[in-house]
Design a protein around this ligand. Sequence first.
Ligand code: F6R
Length: 261
Amino acid sequence: MEVIIQPTREAAAHLVARIIARELRANPHLVLGLATGKTMECVYRELVRLRQEQGLDFSLCSTFNLDEYVGLFPSDPNSYRHYMEHQLFRQVNIDPRNTHLPNGMAEDLDAECRRYEATIQRFGGIDLQLLGIGKAGHIGFNEPLSALRSRTRVKALTPTTLEQNAPFFGGEDKMPRRAITMGVGTIIEARRCLLLATGDSKAAVLAQAVEGPITSMVSASALQLHARCTVVVDEAAAGRLAGKDYYRWIFANEPEWEEYR
Ligand code: F6R
């Protein structure tokens, strides 16, 4: 795992967008795993800017989102399909047929989960998976106790997640109670993982994920098993990391990061 600390939320998000852009330029057929949520909005804004100002080309890439709520139509303003359409897909030159999210309205949800896994396989697996982290340590909607080898499936949302996302719905009572999510096992099969965490509300759980034991109680800690995982944080989210000085030293000295410094 590598941890890169940036001074601000914007700087952290922009660095993540630059890493994605670099991978996309190197491989126009990139299979990109995407996340939703507040943290990612700044990343998508920057990718849209790179499209508009530098012609970053999305025409050949494919995307797979981590998750989708059960019971919301794609047109619902709170669905993750709606989020992605507005934050990114409609603002760049991606082929809509190459954008994939689980269908939370499927009649047979288990079959839908199997279909989603099979589609990822058919596209050759995910090259780069973008991740946020929830206050309960989830990646995707892999809530505490998610098996480290879990695959795409339906998960009940925990009280912490309901509380975290309720404001978008105008109250917990209006929120779906379940979501389809890629499993922890699905996520860590991506060839590269890129986690972005910003704000002091993520500091404690981020320290657990990066420096604590690998445990299904904090599903993001499974990323410690990944051969190529980059964690980008702002100062606020880095607040509880014990090894900050060491991470800064690596970033300042590792040749791979030269163009990002
Ligand atoms: C959403 C997802 C979640 C979020 C996490 C952080 O697709 O995968 O794991 O990344 O809940 O959400 P924000 O950024 O809203 O704090």
